[in-house]
Design a protein around this ligand. Sequence first.
Ligand code: DAH
Length: 335
Amino acid sequence: MKETLKQIISSLEQDLKACEKEADILNVKSKYLGKKSELNTYLSNLKEMSTEEKKVNGPILNQVKRELEKLVEERLEQINNTEMISFDDTLPVELEIGSLHPITIIAKEVTDIMKKMGFTVISGPEMESDYYNFEALNVPKDHPARDMQDTYYLNNEMLLRTQTSGNQIHAMENYGAPLRVCAPGRVFRNEDMDACHENTFFQVEGMVIDKGVSIENLLYVMQQILSELFQKEVSVRLRPGYFPFTEPSYEMDMSCLICGGSGCPTCKNSGYIEMVGSGMVHPNVLKSGGIDSEEYTGFAFGIGLTRLAMMKYKINDIRGFNSGDLRFLEQFDIK
Ligand code: DAH
């Protein structure tokens, strides 16, 4: 029997050497250690042996079994290590290059235009304090204007900014007057979602403070930005609006480029899309920023960047932007 056992070991070694992958080794394992293996027959025969014989043969057979198991384990380890690093370098490689998100593209386009007009690009925190998001912008606690923007309050006394307007205060504090800044960024509102509403979207804030700044300047800047962005004269209309941080305040609408002005779900059949909130900076806001409202005046505006991207790329459902759906994103394949 001893001879046969030796042979079993060496033949297992031979077989293992010939194995190329894990599955081969498992086949060998079952051949030598499985139920139908020779060794197993020996082990089953132990039962019929006398106690004396069991005492002699039992340990030998078990030792052989352990030996076989060890050899199998070692070979498995070996092959797993090599399997991990071995690859077929003759296979053709298909390089998938990512594309920029449409919001990234439009934010760059808008800020590039604004940079040419002398604006400095800044960015502020998405988690903001009540002071910067509301109070310093002339929206004290309990002010009804807070209902205009459903806010996500955090449990650390902070909130997710509902608008990029807080950057007006950061900018005034950091740079003083005169000032010409723009701040693109993500904002959050606790809103029900549909084709034209998202709880997470993007805006660009703009602010100019100088001596003798007027509404004329605001109109000129807005027209320049939109015409350059769309590479054509875009028709805009100005409506009186209300924002606590500007006086007077205006809403600027742009003709809907998705339906060409004839009315569609995106523009709620009005032919126009609300795109920009704007106005002359309220003296209280200048005061919050430490700027003398007797000496300086300013205008500010907030452009709905997500809406702008919808117009530019003719996207009729806002939910695509945050969907992470590659089929949506790949359409803006700008490398
Ligand atoms: N923050 C306003 C909003 O999110 C938009 C806005 C209105 C920004 C007027 C401004 C402004 O700077 O002057 O609805």
